[in-house]
Design a protein around this ligand. Structure first.
Ligand code: NOJ
Length: 540
């Protein structure tokens, strides 16, 4: 990457991505489940928003134990989502809107119904070596979904490793034949004209389970370099690695261009700020704005100039950002504040479906409403441990993955415009107020702030290339500067429901965007309203 030679800039550095969770985006065949034709029908909406690429959560054939992250055939499409022809149509139609499709590559594990695992169970040596087996469970390694990571297989009379559910056996990346099959499968998808891959939990593929080494194992980067050499070299495909273990120190190992690995990674340090360190994700901690400033700023500044960042507030595994860092008493103001703060940073922004219209968490009050395997496991283990129900629901409502997976709220009709029949998961009752139609009907809505932020990124190179400098301000003012070629912008957010007085000595030349529709002719003696946020270009 060389910012002085703009012709060499990879397309994804100036792009904005949008994540679709297919099951919950748009139903087109009246079965209450989102599908690929549904996504095709909503491309004009996404084009109106202005995004460049769609990260499509898995649509492959799957028993759906983990909503598609348990794949039993990488070459087939889950029938409830449609057909391969539908996916081809999606790729082609999206292209006509200037939108690329990014497939989810889930290759740390397969489903236990994948033919490889079924063959392995039958005793086929070739496929046995595609997975990780032990005679005795060698250690107390825990699955990310709770409980042991080793399950006894009766047919094989030994244990296999699964870092997620027992229906998601981990692949053995040390096996070169297995890797060759993955490269082949990736080429199959590339030949269909996709724009790249999001790589599920890719930091785990170099694991050494017997030593309890998971993320960042010794061969991880060798495998990623082999992937690059075999599949990605001389393409303009984007690759975004989901890397729960990454730190600003290890990120360049994945993303420094000369290493020929990935385009960018998803880091999760800002997502863990409501968790107690050293405990499971369910052990809650109060959020702190200064901590958020610290973590995000560290990621903005600690990477070498040529290692690229991704930016996100939400995805299908996280609670809704408005319910987390926003303020439901000030949904519009705080929603816009969050959008502006993130989209003005350096890196490629990802929007998760519904974030752009202000969707919120779904309130769960009974075990019957829990769908997600991770939350279900948590619920049962806590119940067995005698934990009070209110405590369990508090954790699930704060951190559970179902929060983000409720159907997209398109309008105020009975099923929110998502479907004509009762959906697979109840639509959030607040869809009567919070929906796409209402957003599009109000020029002041959150949607139009996202739309404007995307347009600004296309217009001003400072948003893409400017360097980042956190300003020393009171704890609840989040302010930073971007500097690029003699130009400086100042971004300021009052991250609080309280009025706050503050003065900057700098002089504004032009207001770029603000969430109170204000123009700033001075930054002296500001009387900032709740969540008031603005971006100004400073007088040189
Ligand atoms: C990360 C995915 O985002 C999540 O949804 C999934 O459960 C795990 N990886 C396992 O594939």
């Amino acid at each position: 990457m060389n910012k002085d030679n703009k012709d060499n800039i990879p397309w994804w550095q100036s792009a904005v991505f949008y994540q679709i969770y297919p099951k919950s985006f748009q139903d087109s065949n009246h079965d209450g489940i989102g599908d690929i034709s549904g996504i095709v029908s909503r491309l004009p909406y996404l084009h109106q928003l202005g995004i460049d690429a769609i990260w499509l959560s898995p649509v492959y054939s799957s028993p759906n134990v983990d909503n598609g992250y348990d794949i039993d055939n990488y070459y087939a499409i889950l029938a409830e989502f449609g057909t391969m022809a539908d996916v081809e149509q999606l790729i082609t139609k999206a292209k006509s809107f200037g939108i690329r499709i990014i497939m989810d590559l889930v290759v740390n594990h397969t489903s236990d119904q994948h033919s490889w695992f079924l063959e392995a169970e039958k005793g086929n040596k070739k496929y046995q070596d595609y997975y990780i087996w032990q005679k005795e469970p060698p250690n107390t390694l825990q699955s990310f979904f709770g409980g042991t990571a080793w399950t006894f297989n009766e047919k094989q009379n030994r244990y296999y490793l699964h870092l997620f559910s027992k229906h998601q056996p981990d692949l053995n990346w040390e096996n070169p034949n297995m890797r060759t099959e993955i490269w082949e499968m990736m080429r199959f998808w590339i030949d269909k004209g996709i724009g790249g891959f999001r790589l599920d939990v890719i930091d785990l593929i170099g694991k050494q389970p017997e030593k309890e080494v998971l993320g960042n194992g010794p061969n991880l980067h060798t495998y990623l370099q082999e992937m690059h050499r075999e599949v990605l070299k001389e393409t303009d495909l984007v690759t975004i690695g989901e890397t729960g273990s990454v730190t600003p120190e290890t990120a360049p190992l994945y993303t420094a261009p000369e290493r020929n690995e990935l385009s960018m990674v998803f880091q999760f340090q800002h997502m863990a700020l409501d968790e107690q360190t050293g405990h499971s994700k369910w052990a809650l901690k109060k959020l702190s704005v200064p901590e958020l400033k610290k973590v995000l700023s560290k990621w903005q500044t600690a990477l070498p100039e040529n290692a690229w960042n991704s930016l996100f507030w939400s995805n299908h595994d996280q609670p809704r950002i408005l319910s987390r860092w926003g303020d439901l008493n000030y949904p519009l103001e705080s929603g816009k504040m969050l959008a502006i703060l993130l989209h003005l940073m350096r890196g490629t922004p990802f929007i998760y479906q519904g974030e752009e219209i202000g969707m919120t968490n779904f309130p769960i009050h009974s075990a019957k409403q829990i769908q997600d395997i991770e939350s279900l496991n948590f619920y049962h283990s806590q119940q067995e441990a005698g934990i009070a129900k209110e405590k369990i629901f508090e954790a699930i409502n704060t951190k559970g993955r179902d929060n983000a997976r409720t159907p997209m709220q398109w309008d105020d009709s009975l099923f929110g415009g998502f479907s004509t029949v009762s959906p697979w998961y109840p639509i959030n009752p607040n869809h009567e107020q919070i929906n796409v139609e209402a957003n599009l009907n109000h020029p002041n809505s959150l949607f139009f702030t996202y739309q404007k932020l995307i347009a600004l990124r296309k217009k001003y190179p400072i948003i893409i290339w400017g360097n980042y400098e956190l300003l020393d301000t009171p704890p609840t003012i989040f302010a930073y500067k971007r500097n690029y070629e003699h130009e400086t912008w100042l971004v300021c957010a009052n991250f609080s429901d309280q009025k706050t007085f503050y003065s900057f000595s700098e002089k504004p030349e032009m207001t770029i965007i603000s969430n109170y529709d204000a123009t700033y002719s001075t930054l002296d003696q500001l009387n900032l309203r709740p969540y008031e946020t603005f971006v100004v270009k400073l007088t040189p």
